[in-house]
Design a binder for this molecule. Structure first.
Ligand code: PLP
Length: 423
């Protein structure tokens, strides 16, 4: 089967970077319709926490599909979904123990903003430049990782203000991490002073580690500073953990790296081992303000997705996934840093756990998306699918499964160096 023969039936809106027709997947690997096998460093964009078709996930899906595929979680309850709610509440930080299940990241973020407004009776939302929160009109309105995502989406949701995230791209040249933190906290304070009265702000929405925006890890002082400003003004802090959560950074949720607990957290991508599911997680006190009927869903809380989600969390425990992420993340990062010495166009190697990215730039530091393009093509020809990030498209993400082995990391590195040599 060739993509070319079917392309005419699909909207070109999806920016497909390959023509691959994937027929099957197993762990780190995918096989296309022609029988060629590739290493998959995309994994559904950080979705398959345990790689493709993990046997425990497949077994859970198959078992549940034979029992019940759908009812309506709006009206009744399913065993697997109830159990997942309890488990998710147990692994969530602080008192975040009340769950609303939905289907995807954007929908969860829309819901989280509705919840924050309902609870606070305030109307404004502050988000950050460089952020990506999804593709619905609501989520697009708070997304600023690239203006192309917002093109012709006017009028957007009102009451949204953007502050500066402490990434190198967005701060004055030459600033170190602490200077960036101070600069961005001041930016937030000046937003309060000049643009939006803090007592009208329902929530500050942020990715504790920016994903699409370039796998940017903020300084702890910044994340703590945002939490303090929220506390000072009674603003709810929403962490979008859709990409950074579920073990990807070596902690169950990325916010834990900074010792900061949000008031509301959105979870998606990895939650159901590849099936579409997301969740809004908050405290019982905040959720109580969302009265019956103020939010709802047809598919959210699907029992098959929940069964897969339970299998994922069971495997996290059995396989000591967080330990593996920390060990394999450190191993991959140290090897990337070694490669950086050999290939100076690897301008930056950054990230936490297995949320790692390489940024390509010219000698003067200007972004080099063409280096990414050359590397990506050579990697694909050599049998590895990769993904970029960052406003200039010059970052390369490594979104491997979280149960990746050392041998598999070595294979990733081997093919990656073929890509680097092609540059
Ligand atoms: C941080 C973050 N939030 C939200 C989303 C949107 O999720 P979805 O595509 O499932 O709507 C994404 C998707 O990449 C994401 O990375």
């Amino acid at each position: 089967m060739k993509f070319e023969d079917y392309k005419q039936y699909l909207s070109p809106a999806l920016a497909k970077s390959t023509d691959l027709v994937i027929k099957s997947g197993k762990g780190l690997y995918i096989t296309d319709a022609d029988g060629k096998t590739y290493i998959d460093c995309v994994q559904g964009i950080a979705v398959n926490a345990l790689g493709h078709c993990h046997p425990a996930v497949v077994e859970a899906i198959t078992r549940q599909a034979g029992l019940l595929i759908n009812g309506s979680f709006n009206m009744a309850n399913f065993e697997s979904t109830l159990q997942l709610a309890k488990k998710l509440a147990e692994v969530a930080p602080g008192n975040l123990s009340s769950i609303f299940f939905s289907n995807g990241g954007a929908e969860a973020n829309d819901g989280a903003m509705k919840l924050a407004k309902a609870c606070s009776k305030r109307t404004s939302i502050i988000a950050f430049k460089g952020s990506f929160h999804g593709r619905t009109v609501g989520a697009t309105s708070v997304t600023a990782s690239n203006s192309k995502y917002r093109k012709y989406c006017e009028p957007q949701m009102g009451g949204v203000y953007f502050a500066t995230y402490p990434s190198r791209d967005l701060c004055p040249k030459g600033f170190d991490a602490e200077q960036r933190s101070e600069y961005c906290l001041n930016d937030l304070k000046s937003l309060f002073a000049y643009v939006v009265a803090p007592e009208t702000v329902a929530a500050i929405l942020m990715e504790p580690v920016q994903g699409e925006g370039g796998y940017v890890v903020p300084p702890q002082s910044f994340v703590k500073g945002v939490r303090e400003l929220c506390d000072q003004y009674g603003i709810l802090l929403i962490f979008d953990e859709i990409q950074s959560g579920y073990g990807r950074t070596g902690k169950m949720f990325a916010g834990e790296n900074f010792d900061v607990v949000p008031d509301i957290m959105t979870v998606g991508k990895a939650i159901a081992g590849g099936l579409p599911m997301s969740a809004i997680v908050s405290t019982p006190e905040i959720m109580e303000e969302w009265h019956p009927g103020m939010h709802g869903t047809t598919f959210g809380g699907n029992p098959v997705c929940a069964a897969a989600g339970l299998a994922v969390l069971e495997q996290f425990e059995q396989l000591h996934i967080l330990d593996n992420v920390n060990q394999m993340g450190a191993y991959l990062k140290s090897n990337l840093l070694t490669l950086q010495k050999k290939y100076p166009f690897m301008y930056d190697v950054r990230g936490l756990g297995l949320m790692l990215a390489v940024e390509y730039a010219h000698e003067d530091g200007t972004p080099a998306p063409e280096i990414w393009a050359t590397c990506r093509k050579a990697c694909l020809d050599a049998g590895m699918m990769t993904l970029n990030c960052g406003v200039n498209g010059n970052g390369q993400r490594f979104a491997t499964p979280l149960n990746i082995t050392k041998d598999e990391v070595d294979k990733v590195l081997e093919v990656y160096e073929i890509g680097l040599k092609a540059v």
